[in-house]
Design a protein around this ligand. Sequence first.
Ligand code: NAD
Length: 480
Amino acid sequence: MERLQNLIDGTLRPAQSGRWLDVHAPATGEVFAQLPDSDEHDVELAVQAAKRAAPGWNALGREGRSKVLLKLSELIERDLDEFARAESRDNGKPLSLARKVDIPRAVANFRFFATAILHFPSEAHLMDDVAVNWTDRQPIGVVGCISPWNLPLYLFTWKIAPALAAGNCVVAKPSEVTPLTAYRMSLLCEEAGMPPGVLNIIHGLGPKVGAAITAHSGIPAISFTGGTRTGAEIARVAAPMFKKLSLELGGKNPVLVFADCDFEEMLATTVRSSFTNQGQICLCGSRILIHRSIYDRFKEAFVERVKALRVGDPDDPASDLGAVVSKDHMEKVLAYIALAKEEGGRVLCGGERVVLEAPLKDGWYIAPTVIEGLDGRCRTNQEEIFGPVVTLQPFDDEEQAVAMANHTPYGLAAVVWTRDLKRSHRVARALQAGIVWVNCWMIRDLRTPFGGMKQSGVGREGGVDALRFFTEAKNVCIKL
Ligand code: NAD
């Protein structure tokens, strides 16, 4: 059985503890690999290596660092198919999705930040004849990057790429649930010309490795994507140490469907925004709010489309949904469906585990589920489920729709469907969400600020926001 390794100081090695954790294939439920069960001792080695490497990496300059990151992006692209297979096997997502979205986006993340750093502008502020100020932005030194399992390589590289481009050395922790592609990437670092110690990848459990990164005094900045509860724990530990924090957390995203929308386009996109990646994208819309005048038409057409979705072997190009990521997660999602019923919800389709034929019979599959009859205050409509489950609720007017959309502790993303230009502006501005899509979903320009309001996070990633996060600004004032 394959045993994955940590990357520390340019060498691949097991955890110092000598312990291992199992990696499961969600499609079959079987164990297919092991990852190092690392702890604070491995993190310590990584921090020391990163500190030693930092001056040299910074001295390479933007051009030098850019070349290494571009090379790494080329190598991942060269091996795209192998990466996509690893991602699908580890996560349970359809192979077609990993090929089309996850791995191309990881390639794009490196390419984008490798070139963005070349164009990252310096600012200057002239005070008439008095003085000139210029903003010096220096790398922080060693930074920590912690990522989740839903878009494994996509989100891992989304953090690492800007951190490295800005001149930092990185101690990174992929999710223990999906460690495979981060490990595959670590095998390419030497070929890409990455000096030892610049990128260190430590595998293991969140409360051990993630907590050690968070608490380490030699890591003054942490970029984290994951659950809100974990984000709160990281903030609790990091705040008294005055660490810089970027927290990208959970969501309970609303989709607002007005009667004047392009119905067909809305319908096709809403099926995608509900169930892509088995609903395990932080940006999926999970609460669909529909104008009462078209509620029945929407319900009928939507449920028909959802019933036609195929849950199946992730390797089969005909599968629309693969497996959810773990047994625990499947049980959590099924428990929420049971809760929805207890709260008075009516399951219009789905609502249960799907058992496929051998060799997939022990895999973790859930039928795409649509529920109606619940108001916005119940737990089903307040808490993040993060699976293939959506609820339908009618609204009577725009004001009510916005109030319903904003009525959760989260504020990550929202989708608005209307042909009325004025309404699209009004509603987009009134929504408490870091990202609003109008008549579309998941169109991503990597230059735009990405992140959430309220309990969905603190700070923004993407474009100059990420490069600013991973640098310290210093104002230098020179008297004229
Ligand atoms: P999680 O919070 O359980 O884990 C995320 C990462 O944090 C993992 O690497 C984990 O090992 C680590 N971790 C766990 N405990 C830790 C601790 N005490 N200290 C430091 N690190 C720790 O989240 P998950 O279940 O892997 O991912 C799903 C969640 O991620 C959902 O809530 C989803 O909405 C969220 N998410 C948010 C975004 C976004 O951009 N806002 C994107 C994707 C996923």
